[in-house]
Design a protein around this ligand. Structure first.
Ligand SMILES: NC(=O)c1ccc[n+]([C@@H]2O[C@H](COP(=O)([O-])OP(=O)(O)OC[C@H]3O[C@@H](n4cnc5c(N)ncnc54)[C@H](OP(=O)(O)O)[C@@H]3O)[C@@H](O)[C@H]2O)c1
Length: 349
């Protein structure tokens, strides 16, 4: 019975949320004075809900990584109006396309020069099921764009920021990282092995392509818990989250392209049941300001769920991270790996 209540509470807004066995709301977010955060995609949708909540709880600084400058300006304007110019000025934006791995590394290095601590990293930006150009695409590096952005870009960002996060933890703080996954990880093909680039670059269709990249976010958290948290860094935590079915650009507009008719019906018919972007921020806020655990997959509001069979497979997580290391090393050899991209921290031999 609890499983059914949680499933309803996890995915829908309004009263449905009160059914969940684990309660948590944005009102439970603690004071964050003095802390520093990095968030990808922090100016729109669920990411904006997170940025807003961090600022409301007195965080000292929020670095936002995204692509559209006008969206960032709009978000900053709204924050200034609501919380004041000084609060809005605690945000610092970096134009960073996470599928551009060289740029991602450069931005991480700039952040490390700009701050002497990092308490929160929110790996949130994503390419959805529904994108305005064709769903299946390869990046300039020749890698499936969903995996390249949703997973690998975030691994690169995290890897470069990890030394600073370890230092922050060693000074007596708890450092928390969250990966924005999804219950759509269940759409990853059951024969997913993460064995080769050829496998990654197969066209699986919109759900499979997106779902596999979200599976990667959950496996990465499990992997990180084993290889970092439980291997000498007990106060550096990483968890994955599912935000619920949230009303954002991704779920309202981008859905129409791969599924012109069904997508339209789904986005319109589901609208009254979707969570808003603040409700969608709840599991991430739990994972980045409260939890003491690492390697979990939290569904709304803060329910640790096992995820699919693939999401619980540690050997699959090992293969995913070996493949991530191999692909990124090969593709960025000259401009990243040879200049000290610290993958050894995350992928042990
Ligand atoms: N909405 C849902 O129901 C739902 C359900 C499960 C999981 N999720 C996950 O939640 C996360 C946020 O999604 P959302 O619904 O809030 O979508 P959204 O409103 O479309 O926001 C996506 C954010 O990602 C950024 N982004 C997109 N491509 C990027 C790139 N190449 N490099 C850097 N940033 C990029 C966007 O920045 P720009 O504005 O600059 O483009 C935007 O800030 C995603 O990871 C998504 O998969 C959403």
């Amino acid at each position: 019975m609890d499983a059914i209540k949680n499933a309803i509470g996890e995915n829908f807004g309004g009263k449905a949320q009160e059914l969940s066995t684990h309660q948590f709301s944005l009102d439970d977010v603690p004071d964050l004075s003095g802390k520093v955060a990095v968030i990808t995609g922090g100016s729109e949708g669920i990411g904006y809900g997170c940025t807003h909540t961090l600022l409301k709880n007195n965080i000292a600084k929020v670095y936002i990584l995204s692509v559209s400058e006008d969206v960032v300006k709009g978000a900053k304007g709204v924050i200034a109006k609501e919380m004041g110019e000084d609060v809005a000025n605690k945000t610092k934006w970096f134009n960073c396309d996470l599928s551009d791995w060289k740029k991602t590394k450069e931005v991480a290095e700039q952040i490390k020069k700009d701050t002497d601590r990092l308490d929160i990293l929110i790996n949130n930006a994503g390419r959805g099921i529904m994108v305005s150009s064709s769903t299946y695409q390869l990046t300039d590096y020749g890698v499936d764009r969903h995996m390249a952005l949703n997973h690998m870009g975030h691994v690169i960002l995290t890897s470069h920021l990890l030394p600073l996060m370890k230092e922050t933890a060693e000074k007596g703080n708890v450092v928390r990282i969250s990966n924005q996954a999804s219950n759509a990880h269940q759409a990853a093909p059951s024969d997913t092995k993460f064995e080769s680039l050829e496998e990654l670059n197969q066209d699986l269709g919109p759900n499979g392509q997106y779902g596999r990249s979200k599976l990667a976010g959950i496996l990465y958290a499990r992997y990180f818990a084993r290889k970092v948290t439980n291997a000498g860094h007990p106060n550096v935590l990483m968890n994955a989250t599912h935000p619920g079915f949230v009303s954002t650009k991704m779920s309202k507009e981008d859905i129409h392209e791969p599924y012109p008719l069904a997508g339209y019906g789904m986005s319109v018919a589901m609208e009254p049941f979707k969570k808003d972007q603040f409700q969608g921020a709840v599991p991430t806020m739990y994972a980045t300001t409260v939890t003491k655990e690492s390697g979990k997959y939290y569904c709304p509001p803060a329910v640790p769920e096992p995820g699919s069979k693939l999401a619980q497979d540690d050997e699959l997580a090992d293969r995913l991270m070996e493949l991530t290391r191999k692909v990124v090393m090969e593709k960025t050899k000259r401009d990243s790996a040879d200049q000290g991209c610290p993958f050894d921290d995350l992928v042990l031999h």
